[in-house]
Ligand binder design. Sequence first.
Ligand SMILES: Nc1ncnc2c1ncn2[C@@H]1O[C@H](COP(=O)(O)OP(=O)(O)O)[C@@H](O)[C@H]1O
Ligand SMILES: [Mg+2]
Length: 262
Amino acid sequence: MVNNNTIEEEKITSVQSPEVKVQVRGLTKSFGDLLVLDDVSFDVRKGEFLCIVGPTGCGKTTFLNSLTKLYTIDEGEMLVDGEPMDLKKHDIAYIFQEYSTMSWLRVDENVSFGLRIKGYPEEVIKERVDKVLKMIGLDKYRHYYPKKLSASMLQRVVIARAFAVEPELLLMDEPYGQLDLQLKYKLEDELLRLWEKTGTTVIFITHNIEEAVYLSDRILVLTNKPAKIKEELINDLPRPRDIADPKFVELRNRVTELIKWW
Ligand SMILES: Nc1ncnc2c1ncn2[C@@H]1O[C@H](COP(=O)(O)OP(=O)(O)O)[C@@H](O)[C@H]1O
Ligand SMILES: [Mg+2]
């Protein structure tokens, strides 16, 4: 049988180091009387792929919006390399739940957007955009406008835009929630390859337990609202992972039980 899908065959090894990259301390957030985040604290290691799972409505998006200071928080702090997180200083990329491309910009312009905001010189922008478009297989489409592209290509543009800034921290909020299963698996594998290649630290939020077990080095399970960390699970299953492997199923079931019983 011919297998032309080589991505799954590639061995991906974790790039995490023992060094702590991100520290979240006592993050607390309410909207009026509604307490959504209740004293959330954890560390992320450099190069680690951390997944945070929790039921819909538990406060996952609020959590990421608080991290990036889109929301003002009531209490707590976030440190990157021991210093308060500063979007001007640290290279942090954020892929929103309702991700989108800018329809009026070509693929290469979409990808270079963040670099221009940061004021990089033109030659650096060109070099970064070329590199990331090649890595993600969008090179041929660099002059296309988004309306000519399929859902999977649009998602790649968003990922390319995030990786173009060579983020030290990549925050992702259910980026594949709206995609069909086949495509989701393909993009997850692409994401793992980019992660391995670049060594970026990832915080990936999802309500999809299988996705968390497939991607992560470690899983934080959140409680229902107000969200607290219910449990932390180390995920050292070898990659590429097989969703039918008994060890995979065992971990998936453990997370499912944790989410099911409050
Ligand atoms: N801007 C807001 N104003 C008021 N309530 C909000 C706001 N954003 C989120 N919430 C509430 O916070 C809770 C958590 O929402 P959210 O963080 O979007 O959950 P999740 O991403 O886990 O599905 C929900 O009850 C939601 O209604
Ligand atoms: Mg959400």
